[in-house]
Design a protein around this ligand. Structure first.
Ligand SMILES: NC(=O)c1ccc[n+]([C@@H]2O[C@H](COP(=O)([O-])OP(=O)(O)OC[C@H]3O[C@@H](n4cnc5c(N)ncnc54)[C@H](OP(=O)(O)O)[C@@H]3O)[C@@H](O)[C@H]2O)c1
Length: 260
């Protein structure tokens, strides 16, 4: 018997059966929080992932005060145990997950390539590459229980070969290995998921506008971005809200599809 089925009445007790549900990782601040806020404002139930319970609780309380149906989910994407606990918690509230936004990301320390060590790169990959794989894999059963499941991977223009090899793009002169290559790996992983799992839409969002070389002001870039977090989440929202005949395996910024 399904865990959402009442043993006595046989009725589904999933309180969100008629509601859209989304889990956003790294949603205690920045683009993750704004994504959670915007989905919540649409009437969705939002599972707000945060590796720090206090920061997550504070963020969730703010959304709840604005009327959002929000559940804070302690979730460190680098920990198998934390991800497993998160699945258990989400399952207590819903039998399906319509959207997973793998947003949590680490910038690394921008170490010059000649000095970069495998350890430094590994720690960034643990969050930006293995994290989304860990979370996606664990939530597949809940995603598969949704009618039109969508996964949005939050990557970066810095993970695009088309951008990094363009001398006009500032990132071409920002010498580091970890962050850009982690996002390039995430892009490939997304395409491979999209090809292998056609019943789930897997798309990559980058928060900026590549053609205009803009990005969103958050803690990650010490608020040097010129886009707001709302503008920065436009691509994430668009891909999260794709309907059943929408695309899979695409890479999009705020203005639309971009080159890999
Ligand atoms: N801002 C931009 O324009 C821009 C451009 C390109 C790509 N991105 C991508 O957008 C995503 C969001 O970044 P942001 O700009 O909003 O930066 P941010 O404000 O620094 O937010 C990053 C979020 O990720 C969380 N996080 C880091 N490691 C984690 C872990 N191990 N487990 C769970 N959560 C973790 C952080 O939690 P704590 O608060 O606990 O540290 C925080 O909530 C990232 O993937 C980033 O690479 C952003």
């Amino acid at each position: 018997m399904d865990r959402n089925t009442d043993r006595n009445t046989g009725r589904n007790t999933d309180r969100n059966t008629d509601r859209n549900t989304a889990l956003v990782t790294g949603a205690n601040k920045g683009l993750g929080l704004e994504t959670a806020r915007r989905l919540g404002a649409l009437g969705w139930t939002v599972f707000l992932g945060s590796r720090d319970e206090g920061r997550g609780r504070a963020a969730a309380d703010k959304l709840a005060a604005d009327g959002v149906d929000v559940v804070m989910v302690p979730l460190d994407v680098t920990s198998d145990a934390s991800v497993a606990d998160a699945v258990r918690l989400v399952r207590q509230h819903t039998g399906h997950l319509d959207v997973l936004v793998n947003n949590a990301g680490a910038p690394g320390h921008a170490v010059p390539p000649a000095e970069a060590t495998a350890d430094e790169i590994h720690s960034v990959y643990d969050t930006n590459v293995y994290g989304p794989v860990r979370v996606t894999q664990a939530f597949l059963p809940l995603l598969r229980a949704a009618e039109n499941p969508r996964v949005v991977m939050v990557s970066s223009g810095g993970g695009a070969f088309s951008v990094v090899t363009d001398p006009e793009q500032p990132v071409s002169k920002m010498h580091e290995l970890a962050y850009s290559s982690s996002k390039a790996a995430l892009n490939m992983i997304t395409v491979r998921y999209a090809q292998a799992l056609p019943d789930i839409k897997f798309n990559v969002a980058t928060p900026g506008e590549v053609a205009n070389r803009t990005f969103a002001a958050t803690d990650m870039n010490h608020h040097t971005g010129t886009l707001t977090v709302t503008e920065g989440t436009d691509s994430i929202l668009r891909l999260a809200l794709l309907d059943a005949d929408g695309p899979t395996g695409t890479f999009e910024d705020r203005l639309g599809p971009i080159a890999w």
